[in-house]
Design a protein around this ligand. Structure first.
Ligand code: SF4
Length: 264
């Protein structure tokens, strides 16, 4: 499907959504939601960062708006890392691109799912983990239809519930954690509804790496590229996979180079 693009090389609908996001000051509104959650401490074992977390639509837009404002070199590096994540994560289990050995590279800007991990009551977390597992089974069936059997490490469920997270300064009036988290999610949904509809964000299904690959390479081309890279990696053709990856990453970098914040 051909869609009109903005001077920044974005689909017109996305450029409109980002302009409305900025006009309405939603970056600050999102920050305010994050700060409703209590500060926590943990033993920083890093298990929770073993996968790229799912993002709400308004978080996807916030991240894109933030990326667009970064210096070119950083924007290109971040876009390239996310596109590589998307193209390889069916063949290999990939950690969150911002996970470092003992830290998160974007900790002050981390997402609601990161902040909420360990705060959900264990039973609620278990339900969500089970839902993610069922979704993963659907993805495995779709790949099987293409003749690809995904490795067990890729299909393994997300992290177990963490018992090590503690509220840093428990307050007497702290609402139940699940009420608070549901309220944060509802408020993020409400913010997203104040913006023009954005089909790429919807189609990405909360996967930031998919959104970047889709924007940079195109809706169908990013999926075709992923199938090629996955088949080559699973066949042990590392060199061929690298060549295919490099070809698409060059396209991604070229896209990210030209994609700048519009001057106001
Ligand atoms: S953004 Fe940071 S805290 Fe969240 S999963 Fe990635 S590395 Fe972990």
């Amino acid at each position: 499907m051909n869609r009109a693009t903005s001077p920044q090389g974005l689909p017109g609908s996305l450029a409109a959504a980002l302009a409305a996001f900025r006009r309405q000051g939603l970056a600050q509104a999102l920050e305010d939601i994050y700060h409703r959650l209590p500060d926590t401490t943990c033993q920083r074992q890093g298990h929770c960062c073993g996968l790229l977390p799912p993002l709400a639509p308004v978080e996807l837009l916030a991240w894109l708006a933030g990326l667009q404002a970064r210096p070119t070199g950083e924007r290109v590096a971040q876009a390239s890392a996310l596109i590589e994540h998307f193209l390889t994560n069916a063949a290999q289990r990939r950690p969150c691109p911002w996970a470092e050995a003992t830290a998160c590279a974007v900790y002050p800007r981390r997402f609601l799912a990161c902040r909420a991990y360990g705060l959900w009551p264990a039973a609620v977390y278990a339900e969500r983990r089970q839902a993610a597992l069922l979704a993963q089974e659907g993805i495995a069936r779709a790949w099987a239809g293409l003749g690809v059997s995904l490795p067990a490490e890729v299909l393994a469920p997300g992290p177990e519930y963490c018992q090590q997270v503690r509220v840093a300064a428990p307050g007497e009036n702290l609402p139940r954690a699940d009420d608070l988290l549901h309220a944060c999610e509802s408020e993020m949904e409400r913010l997203a509804k104040t913006l023009p509809p954005e089909p790429d964000v919807t189609a990405a299904g909360g996967d930031l790496s998919h959104l970047l690959a889709r924007l940079a390479l195109g809706e169908r081309a990013c999926l075709a590229a992923k199938v090629r890279v996955t088949k080559a990696l699973l066949a042990g053709q590392e060199r061929q996979a690298r060549q295919i990856l490099d070809q698409y990453l060059a396209l991604g970098r070229a896209w990210a180079t030209t994609w700048e914040e519009p001057s106001s």
